[in-house]
Write a protein that binds this ligand. Sequence first.
Ligand SMILES: NC(=O)c1ccc[n+]([C@@H]2O[C@H](COP(=O)([O-])OP(=O)(O)OC[C@H]3O[C@@H](n4cnc5c(N)ncnc54)[C@H](OP(=O)(O)O)[C@@H]3O)[C@@H](O)[C@H]2O)c1
Length: 378
Amino acid sequence: MNMPAADANRVLRVARPIDGLPVAEDFAVEPLPMPEIGDRELLVRTIYISIAPGVRPLLPYKGEAPDVAQGAGAGRVGGADDDVPNPTRIGIGERMRSGIVPSMSKFAGGTVGEVIQSRHPDYAPGDFVFGGRYCQLYEAIHGDASIKLDPAQLPIEADLGLLGRSAFTGWCGYRRVADPKAGETIVVSSAAGAVGMMVVQLAKREGLDVIGIASGASKCDFVQTLGARACIDRKAEDAGAALDRLAPAGVDIYFDNAGGFLQRPVFDRLKPFGRLIVCGMAAEYGGAEQSVLPTGTILGKRLRVQGFVVLDYEDDYPAFREEVVRLWREGSLAYRQQVYHGLEEVPQALADCLSGQSGGGKLLVQVSPDTSVGGRGP
Ligand SMILES: NC(=O)c1ccc[n+]([C@@H]2O[C@H](COP(=O)([O-])OP(=O)(O)OC[C@H]3O[C@@H](n4cnc5c(N)ncnc54)[C@H](OP(=O)(O)O)[C@@H]3O)[C@@H](O)[C@H]2O)c1
């Protein structure tokens, strides 16, 4: 394994407060010294970076931050301190994160890459790992907080998509929070996204009547291929009127990934003992929309109209992996991904993810060749 040149590393840093959706000028790609690795650490060449909408509330807002950002907890904005990251904020000058919460959790990461150098007994150069936390080309990561990947079993990027934290979030929300029962009607917003894809498929498999919500005919078609009986195109149709037509008896579970203006019409159609599962509020992160309910507070305080946070379910991660890999091998689970290229494209990918201006599925950014499949990509 050739060591990279000492000046080969690059990082994406936050350059200024962000007004709504991120643009390229809100960030800067800068040189970064090649990390020195300590005991049990790995030097990893990043290949794919996960894009997740939940990183937006951590970024500095231009003007007043929406309620969702307050829900993430108090913290500083503006300090540059790479060594002691504040899990609830990414300040100006700090490194852009891929994973949302840097920690020793095995599922906190947001990149997959190739081990270049190892000081951990379980890893060797040439291994592929999940577990980088930042948008940078080379990263020192702790072997104990990483997962070794087997490219012969699954594509390495599957650990950001099919097995990524978003998919795990969908699994936890469905399995541990929603209390679903066969025959019930479940509505899933952002149904073509990384969380939604998982919820739609699990619910369909288990005999629920699934109605998705997404934007655009192509994503709605995709949601129906996943098993939804119908998918409401939120940009073409009034969601309330569509639900009156599609589910006149009402809705048992609203698995809400979007919050915002979409929430109330579905909430109003919940049956007695219905459940509003507040998973996320992608419509609110940029500050353009608000729910009539304080969704950031519902999620952050885990109130029942039930919010949940995937970090509370770490013990379930092995069960999730086992089930999803089994379903994937059986050919009974689908997923979609869209790949952007280069650190410079991270802001655009995040904006597309937040707004829904993407082809659906999990969004990734590839920043170096994928040597697990013979070096495809940049
Ligand atoms: N609770 C937790 O622990 C936890 C953990 C991870 C993620 N999450 C949350 O789960 C949600 C889904 O995450 P993901 O990674 O799978 O993202 P995603 O669904 O791939 O991306 C967000 C989607 O939200 C939809 N959206 C954007 N603006 C909207 C609006 N104004 N009204 C309605 N829908 C809008 C868009 O889909 P369409 O355009 O197709 O509608 C967009 O693609 C996010 O809110 C995320 O923050 C929660």
